[in-house]
Design a binder for this molecule. Structure first.
Ligand SMILES: Nc1ncnc2c1ncn2[C@@H]1O[C@H](COP(=O)(O)OP(=O)(O)OP(=O)(O)O)[C@@H](O)[C@H]1O
Length: 249
């Protein structure tokens, strides 16, 4: 099978404390269609830097990134956002606070098209948005609520829906449930898993939660000091226990 995303020899060097430091230190990774990869690693291991390199938010010092065989290493963030979407840890990122839930969903649905919101377009899509949110206790009946008035959990659910409403080629989840209370976090994680499996999305999910890391996904990688030090396939991951993972931290 051909990889969807291929990262070859990715190095990111920063100048810190009077010396060069490789915060990504020769990462090689092939992500295949429908992979749901959990990414673990200690603080500072390079997880966010890796996601930034994939989205184009941060350029590599050397190495290359290919999506469907096309070299995207030098494509900017805006161009890559047509096919790569990301949900952040911070509920304030990713949604426009002065817009309603429905308006945010419409913007996400029209990603890549001119950023104009027409009332008619909003009305045309209202039924679809109702359908999308109807089984979600956090967002049901909230379509006309201004996003700034939503709770953190509601905003994260909205950010997630915005990330998948236009099927992304690659979905990046950057500790997207970490800032939520345990119950809300679990609900969003269940929704995430359901959508990824139903829509057969390809996903890279960063988490610090070992229970989540064991339960979800078909592959698991561990980053340490900018290197991939463990890459487990489906069967190896299925046999994994939390105790096994602790030794990498
Ligand atoms: N622009 C920068 N300037 C200096 N140091 C940086 C910069 N960006 C990242 N770093 C450092 O690079 C290392 C990797 O950071 P990164 O945020 O990718 O880690 P992480 O694995 O996502 O950590 P966390 O789990 O804490 O979010 C850290 O030591 C960080 O301090």
């Amino acid at each position: 099978m051909k990889p969807l995303l291929e990262i070859n020899n990715a190095v990111k060097t920063i100048y810190n404390d009077n010396q060069d430091l490789n915060i990504l230190d020769g990462i090689n990774l092939k992500i295949y269609p429908k992979d749901f990869i959990v990414v673990l690693g200690t603080n500072g291991a390079g997880k966010s830097t890796l996601l930034d390199a994939i989205t184009g938010a941060n350029k590599l010092s050397s190495g290359d990134i290919k999506l469907n065989d096309e070299d995207i290493t030098h494509k900017n963030l805006a161009k890559r956002s047509h096919y790569i979407s990301r949900v952040y840890q911070d509920p304030k990122l990713g949604t426009s606070p002065r817009m309603t839930v429905a308006e945010n969903l419409l913007l996400a649905k029209r990603r890549g098209l001119p950023r104009r919101l027409r009332l008619r377009k909003l009305n045309d899509n209202m039924e679809k948005f109702k359908e999308l949110t109807k089984d979600l206790p956090t967002l049901d009946n909230r379509l006309n609520t201004f996003t700034e008035n939503l709770s953190g959990g509601q905003r994260q659910t909205l950010s997630f829906l915005m990330a998948i409403i236009q099927r992304p080629e690659l979905l990046l989840l950057d500790e997207h449930t970490a800032a939520l209370d345990p119950q809300t976090s679990q609900e969003l994680m269940e929704l995430t898993n359901k959508v990824i499996l139903e829509k057969e999305l390809t996903c890279l999910m960063v988490t610090h939660n070992l229970t989540e890391a064991i339960k979800y996904g078909n592959r698991l990688i561990v980053l340490k000091k900018g290197k991939v030090i463990l890459d487990l396939d489906k069967d190896q991951k299925a046999a994994l226990k939390e105790q096994d993972l602790l030794e990498y931290f």
